[in-house]
Design a protein around this ligand. Structure first.
Ligand code: PEP
Ligand code: MG
Length: 316
């Protein structure tokens, strides 16, 4: 890291009126955890676990995954949120045959795969649990649409805990399990989900795609993909309020967390944690340091009544 960047990075993420905000890193492999740990991060807010599955020629074994998660836990002294397998959609595995689907992004992906291929899911959960003996690890489930999915995942996690206990493996008995909020259903059921989850993290990439019915990867409709759409902003507010009403923290690990134009608004809405690629962190921390939290709350209130994106942008 260049010196100037390092100095900037070392300053705390605290608003002008003294509110501390967590700024965490999004990473996609163990190397990136090592890099992130050399910065002043408040944790890893999103550890995408897909690399283990996509770089292999087989479903990674419990031991292979355990070693990777353990290494990550030992490299980073702060907490790490490991997201369980999020494939399907545009991400396939060359050693597993996926049925052809008309609408893969509305199809067999993420938590749906984990709940159906239960042994694959349990292998991952046992590996994460075992690694939790070496650091602070949290589990995060992608693409949740219902309380049933979350509760089923928690049952399976409990089975894994029992199995490990029988084998005498140590793990964090109180490991936290949270969910990504990236579907309209999760937004609308946020109050119920908050009763069952230990934390929320808003995935604005998928949430925007599904709320606006705009494919996040289609260049033809790129101009329609906009996180400042009133529907997205109101969803974010609803999710934060639902989480806080149940006493759980709400973070964001989608691209919007790294957008400087959104920082004040997200602070004003009450977001507890921003998680993003390492290279975006210094910029967002600087932005947080320039904001007065009380002003941000006032601005956010005004912004939520905006009927158009133009109006939102004017307030920004
Ligand atoms: C998201 O959807 O916002 C997210 C963080 O997950 P991914 O980009 O990996 O789908
Ligand atoms: Mg996503």
């Amino acid at each position: 890291i260049r010196n100037a960047e390092k100095e900037l990075d070392a300053l705390p993420s605290i608003t002008l009126d003294g509110k501390s905000i967590r700024v965490c890193a999004n990473v996609g492999n163990v190397e990136a955890v090592k890099k992130a740990a050399s910065y002043h991060i408040d944790g890893i807010g999103l550890f995408r676990s897909e690399f283990l599955y996509m770089e292999n020629d087989h479903f990674p074994t419990e031991e292979e995954q355990f070693l990777a998660y353990k290494e990550a836990a030992m490299l980073c002294e702060k907490e790490i949120v490991i997201r369980t397998l999020d494939i399907g959609g545009d991400k396939a595995l060359h050693y597993y045959e996926f049925e052809k689907e008309e609408n893969p992004f509305l199809g067999w992906r993420a938590i749906r795969i984990s709940l159906e291929l239960e042994e694959v899911f349990k292998t991952q959960l046992r590996a994460i649990l075992r690694a939790s003996a070496y650091g602070t690890i949290k589990i995060m489930l992608p693409m949740i649409i219902s309380v049933e999915e979350l509760n089923r995942a928690k049952e399976i996690l409990n089975d894994c805990k029992k199995e490990l206990k029988e084998k005498g493996h140590p793990f964090d008995e109180k490991i936290k399990i949270g969910i990504m909020i990236e579907t309209p259903a999760a937004v609308l059921c946020a109050e119920d989900l908050a009763r069952e989850a230990d934390f929320f993290s808003i995935g604005t990439n998928d949430l925007t795609q599904y709320l606006l019915a705009v494919d996040r990867g289609n260049p033809k409709i790129k101009q329609l993909f906009n996180e400042f759409h009133p529907a997205v902003l109101r969803s974010i507010q609803k999710v934060i309020n639902a989480g806080h009403a149940m006493g759980i923290e709400v973070g964001m690990c989608g691209e919007m967390a790294a957008d400087e134009r959104a920082t004040k608004l997200l602070l004003g809405l009450g977001l507890d944690e921003f998680s993003m690629s390492i290279c975006e962190m210094a910029k967002i921390k600087k932005q947080i340091r320039s904001i007065n939290y009380k002003d941000a709350v006032e601005m956010a209130k005004k912004m939520l009544s905006a009927a158009t994106m133009e109006e939102v942008m004017r307030h920004l």
